[in-house]
Structures are given as C-alpha cells and as structure tokens.
Design a protein around this ligand. Sequence first.
Ligand SMILES: Nc1nc2c(c(=O)[nH]1)N[C@H]1C(S)=C(S)[C@@H](COP(=O)(O)OP(=O)(O)OC[C@H]3O[C@@H](n4cnc5c(=O)[nH]c(N)nc54)[C@H](O)[C@@H]3O)O[C@H]1N2
Ligand SMILES: Nc1nc2c(c(=O)[nH]1)N[C@H]1C(S)=C(S)[C@@H](COP(=O)(O)OP(=O)(O)OC[C@H]3O[C@@H](n4cnc5c(=O)[nH]c(N)nc54)[C@H](O)[C@@H]3O)O[C@H]1N2
Ligand code: SF4
Ligand SMILES: [Mo]
Length: 687
Amino acid sequence: MDMKYVPTTCPYCGCGCGFNLVVQDKKVVGVAPWHRTPVNEGKLCPKGNYAHEFVNSPDRLTKPLIKKDGKFVEASWDEAYKLIVSKFKSYKGDEMACLSSARVSNEENYLMQKFARAVLKTPNIDHCARLCHASTVVGLAGAFGSGAMTNSIADIGESKCIFVLGSNTLEQHPLIGRQIMLAKKRGAKVICADPRFTPTAKLADLYMPFDSGTDVALLNGIMQHIIRNGWENKDFIAKRTKDYDKFKEVVMKDTYSLENVSKITKIPAKDIATTAEWIAKAESSNVLYSMGITQHTTGVDNVKSVANLQMLTGHLGKRGGGVCALRGQNNVQGACDMGALANVYSGYQSVIVPEMRKKMIDAWGCDIAEGKVGLTVTKLINTLADQPGTVKCVYIMGENPMISDPDLHHVEKGLKNVEFMVVQDIFMTETGALANVVLPAACYAEKDGTQTSTERRVQKWRKAQDPPGEAKADWQIICELGKAMGYEKQFPFKSAEEIFTEVSKVTPSYGGMDYTRLEKPEALHWPCPTKEHPGTPILHKEKFSHPDGLGIFTPLEFKYPAEVPDKDYPLIMTTGRCIWQWHTGTMTRRSENLEREEPTGWVEVNPEDAKALGIRDKEKVRAVTRRGQIEIGARVTKDIKKGVVFMPFHYAECAANLLTNNALDPVASIPEFKACAVRLEKIAEAK
Ligand SMILES: Nc1nc2c(c(=O)[nH]1)N[C@H]1C(S)=C(S)[C@@H](COP(=O)(O)OP(=O)(O)OC[C@H]3O[C@@H](n4cnc5c(=O)[nH]c(N)nc54)[C@H](O)[C@@H]3O)O[C@H]1N2
Ligand SMILES: Nc1nc2c(c(=O)[nH]1)N[C@H]1C(S)=C(S)[C@@H](COP(=O)(O)OP(=O)(O)OC[C@H]3O[C@@H](n4cnc5c(=O)[nH]c(N)nc54)[C@H](O)[C@@H]3O)O[C@H]1N2
Ligand code: SF4
Ligand SMILES: [Mo]
C-alpha cells in the first residue's frame, strides 16, 4: 500500500488552519493533524476534519459540458475552448463580465483579473467579497489607509478585553474562537452584542441582545459614555489621528445618550455603560467583527464606527489591541489582494489612477481595459436583470450566485438574460445549470498554489492527488483560454509558482515573497515588500497607512435599515450560517459527516413571537417578504431576540435568499443580508 501525508491549508474558512491530507494509493482518503502549524497547532474544527470527504465525490465534474437543445452534453476541451473563444471574440469589452472566486488560489485570482482586463478588455471583474467584506475594505481603508485585519490571530489570545460584534466566531471561525477562550482563561473580559444568543455569546461575560441594524447607535452610545467620563485616550487622539472634533460633535448629541441608545437598540443602559468602561479601561482591547456589521446598507458606516471606537480608546497598533475584521472564505483576503475587484488591480492599486494602469500595461505587454471602475457583483446582477442587452456574456469561476446573492428571483431573471455564460466549478451548481458551457475544475487537493488567510498570512496548498477525469486546475484553464484567445505572451505559465513570481513583481505588499520562503509552516504575513522583510503580523504600530500617517475619525449618524418591520411584515429577518455547512452547500452537503448534522434549513423564532402566531417547535411555517416566500421548519428558541428571526442560507430547498433584500450600501454596494422585514404564517393543517 502506497501511503503519504501532504501538508496543506484548509479550503473552508479564513482562519487558514493547516492539516495533512492522507493519500492512499494516489487518492485522498483522510485528514490528519499537522502539529507544527502556528495557526491551529494541529487542532481543527469539523469542516477541517472532514475536508477530504467531498474531494472524491461521484458528483465531481469530470468533462467539459456544452448545452445543446437545453441539455448538457459532454464535450472535449478543444470543442469547449473553440466555442468559448468564438463567443468571447464576438462581444465588446463592456458587454462582458467575469466573476472570480474566494475559493481558488491567489495565482488563479490574479490570472482571472488579468484575463478580464488584458484579454476581454473589460473592467467588469469582481467576486463575492462584495457580498461579504466590501464595507470593511472601504471603511478601514478610509479610517486607517488599509482595509485589512490589523492584528494576527494569535494576538487575539493576548487581549485583555474582547468585544465581539456581529461575529459568531465560535461557529464561523472556530480556531479564532479558540483564541477568545484562551484570552478569557488569561483573564480577559469578553463582551458580545448579537441578536442571537450564539455559542460565542454564551462565552461572554456580558451579552447584549439587540435589534439587527442598530450598531451605529450602539457604538455612538458607548463612545459618548467614554467621552463623558473622560476615559478617551487623549494622547493617542492628539498624536495619531485627525478630525476628532467633527466626530465628537455628532457623538455627543442627545440622540446618543445612554437612554436614547437603549431605546433604539433595546439594550439596558447599564450594559452599554459597562461595555464602555471595560473597553476604555482595559490595557488592551480588540474588536472582532464580521457579517453582523458589514452586510447592511450602512455597512461602511458600521465599520468606520468600529474604527472610531478603537482610535478613541487608543487600542490600535499594539499587542492585543486592534480591529479584527474576520474575513470569511479561505482566500477572500487573497482574491481582494490579487485585484479581483471592480476598482483595483493587485495590491489595491486603483484602476482610475493613470500611472497604475500604465504599470499594468507595461507589465503585461498589451493594451488593457479602460481605467474605470467596473460593475460589482451586485450591480452586475442589477444590470442583467433591469437593463437586458447591456452585458451579454458572463464568465463565472467558483461562485454560486443562484443561492448566495440576495433576492434570487431577481438573480434568476438577470442570469437568464445572459446570451452566453461559462461556469467553471468543481460541481454542477444551481448557477451552472443556467450556463451554456460548464468547465470542470480541480479542487484544492489537486493543485499547488497559495491562499491568504484573514490575518494576511500567505500559505501554500500542495497537490495531493490528480483531478478526477479531465478536470484541470483553474489556472491551467485560464492560461489555455488566454492562449486560445491569442495572448500566448501574457499566459506562458507552466506552474503556479511561475504565476506567483509575476504576482510578487507587480504587487508591492507581496514583493518579498517567493515559494521558498512560503514553504515554512509559518509562511509570511503581508506587507512583505522585500526579500529581507520578515512580514508584518501587526499593522499601524507607529503610524497609519495614509500618506500623513494619521488615522481619520468620521462623524456618523445612525440610520435604520432599508426595510423595517411594519403591519404587514412585522418581524426583522436576519440570515447567516451554521458550523456544519458552507454557504451554498456544494462541498459540505456532499460530506456525509457534516450534512448529517444539519441536513436542512430552519427559522429561529423567539417563544413569545411563536406563541402569538400559534407556532410550535419543529412546525413547518411559511416565511413571506416583499420578494418571495418559502416553507421552512420553525425552531422555537430563547436564543433569538423577540422580534427578530434567523435563517441559515445554505439550503436550496428553502433558500433564505428568495426572501432577502438587495438594497445596497451606497459606497461599498454590499447588500443588506442582515436585516429585512418578514411575516411568518402558520400553514393551515389539512383537515
Ligand atoms: N461553518 C461555516 N463557517 C463559515 C462560513 C460558512 O458558510 N459556514 N462562511 C464564512 C464566510 S464567507 C464568512 S463572511 C464568515 C461570516 O461569519 P459571521 O459573520 O460570524 O457569520 P454570520 O452567521 O453571517 O453572522 C454573524 C452574526 O451576526 C449576527 N447579526 C445579525 N444581524 C446583526 C446586526 O445587525 N448587528 C450585529 N452586530 N450582529 C448581527 C447574527 O446573529 C450572527 O450571529 O463565516 C465564514 N465561516
Ligand atoms: N442570505 C445571505 N446570503 C449570503 C450571506 C449571508 O450572510 N446571508 N453571505 C454572503 C457571503 S459573506 C459570501 S462570502 C457569499 C458566498 O457565496 P459563494 O461564493 O457563491 O458561495 P460558495 O458556496 O462558497 O460558492 C463557491 C463555489 O465555488 C466552487 N468551488 C470550490 N472550490 C473550487 C475550485 O477550486 N475551483 C472552482 N472553479 N470552483 C470551486 C464551489 O463548488 C461553489 O460552487 O454568500 C453570501 N450570501
Ligand atoms: S477553523 Fe476554518 S480553517 Fe480551521 S479547520 Fe475549521 S474551517 Fe478550516
Ligand atoms: Mo463571506
């Protein structure tokens, strides 16, 4: 028997845990701990433990598929490429759009944006970060000059106070959750504000249930109490920040007194006061946030408000003190770093700055898309649905918008308007079903590459087995397509490493990295600009990343979500995830040990709301919003705040996104997944 261990990085969440893939007779058969990994020290959450189970699923795509007379038929790669090339060549740049993927490697994301910009000449390239942390990228860049998590994962364990706001860390970033537990063991205070009494909330010393969408009010209330008591860090404010007075003027308004904020959020005033005191007086304090903050029409405001709190108290640029925006997908940080975003090339070099465009033209040796901001994921879907004929051709790699985007009826309308669509995935998906051509991709276990975790740590994937059938690595497919389109010179790459060499040349924050340096288990944190540079676990130590080095306070008023409860839709609906499933379920629902735990969706309802509606636990109910309705089992539990209901969005058979609102944040264009108005109806029992 031929058996080996291949060390690699987990393909699920942004923690970036390492493990060994166990390979027997050339097939991946299991996962075993890799004790030397600094992130997780050999420990894993259930998804990591079973990360081998979907790899050899019989459902894997193994051949290119072309739709003929409404049915997919198997085709050769040659046939598929010929068709794609003839179609791609028939459209103008602006008529095409590409979606890249937080599931694939840095190298593959880099190539996808290069393909869009250099080959298709389209500015329309984006990916699911738009649905996730677009507000972080904009908000933190505005406040600090850099949109990334400020501190390392291990550093969270060193904090003296941790404020978890809109993150269910224990279930969604389990190995970061472990650091909260470690900090608590070392004496840290843990505060959690969330409409749900999640496993993370249960760990807290102070838990504050509150209404979805009222975060800015809460944060302003906390900050006013700090200033009233003179607990602000005057030295930090004076030396390291600007615009404090403008900010203070708004925060000190009567609207944000403890009493008023308590009315808006429904949190007892004394708890807001305690939070203010613990944070301000702690030697170090960290805010951990995720989708509870970002997925709102006020997402950017929420993020900037968190930044305000940390500057006010001086908890930045030091051990245990920072803004930990927990990035979700395994490589969403990397996909952003690589420029798979509508407004930037790799390393956040703006497409509207002529020198940066020139830099890319010189590096790539060809003309590229116009220097304007392209369509984001959300705007692309709106354009497809509402202005048919504007964008006619779409190339999607590793995304499943037919389950993951808001208001699915609208998404379906949009995608059905596309003339020619290519989907590249490891499985047939709800989105793939609408495509003209489906290309079979290799998964993480079948290719080399790098991914960048939430703590900006760039780590390696190592190939453990061959892809099934004729499936190919995404980077290989893009290179072959690039060549077939006539761009041999731009896509000469024979390995992921060769692509990384180009990445490091054009991306300043990755400038000092290479595969030899990344081979160590510790890998490297960006920024790492030169070969001698050791990498940067903690950002903003002496100064912020703005040209003048100062952090910027922003005055922010509280605004309600785009849709608030009324007579017809009296409850707030919020959505999210569970520990066992991953997004649209393509991988986890094909993992026996994960799928078994939560095999279908549910809606959490507070016992008081359930009683008023005559709904019992486990009863099937109808959930209705202005956009659609679904039937789904009720879970009656005190763990959800009265007036709010929660639904996971993993399940096609009761898809939460048939209900959600695609109202967007005006700056980041992230949709409001975390708050809309809903009505629950009892389904009449058959007589
Ligand atoms: N098992 C598993 N893990 C995952 C994922 C997965 O699909 N499955 N996805 C990954 C990805 S891409 C991401 S982005 C992360 C997301 O990670 P999280 O953001 O932690 O997960 P969510 O469940 O979306 O939402 C987090 C919490 O926000 C709360 N919340 C809802 N509305 C509000 C509000 O208005 N304000 C505040 N403060 N809180 C609110 C919810 O009750 C929920 O407990 O998880 C990553 N990890
Ligand atoms: N209601 C609601 N909706 C949400 C959210 C929410 O909180 N509430 N959260 C949003 C967030 S934060 C996110 S990040 C999005 C996620 O949305 P998506 O990115 O659309 O969700 P995934 O299921 O992760 O889809 C990734 C696809 O990549 C494929 N894939 C995996 N590995 C590879 C590979 O190596 N190559 C290729 N080519 N394909 C691969 C998978 O099979 C899958 O089809 O969902 C968003 N939608
Ligand atoms: S915490 Fe995240 S990276 Fe670590 S094993 Fe679990 S899913 Fe994988
Ligand atoms: Mo995400």
